[in-house]
Ligand binder design. Sequence first.
Ligand SMILES: [Zn+2]
Length: 129
Amino acid sequence: MKKQPFTQISKQIAAPLAAIASPQRIAILLAIGKGEACVCHLETALGLRQAYISQHLMALRKADILQDRREGRYVFYKLKNASLLDLLTVSATLSGLSAESVSALVNTQIYPSCECPHCVPALISVSSL
Ligand SMILES: [Zn+2]
């Protein structure tokens, strides 16, 4: 019996898991959720500094977890595969949380104090003028 395929495949499975395995990165992924978010939105949602968030976004993009899209002066981040959220939910239930407590955090929220195009849709038409 060859062990080779196990070694190779398990290594590749571990790579994205290792890339997301920090509370900060998981928070970012949940805040982006099924939609997309810019850095300023994540800053408001998570209460973390922009430079700190950017650093994690860059690593997650490099690991092929996130993809980005530029629109005017904003860069929007999106999960390459939204079923990653299911994986996070499974992990949450393993540590005793309910699936609902995770889905309650998953983005679509609008923050009055945030000035990103997601929270202030009028900005999109203004910036494209
Ligand atoms: Zn926002």
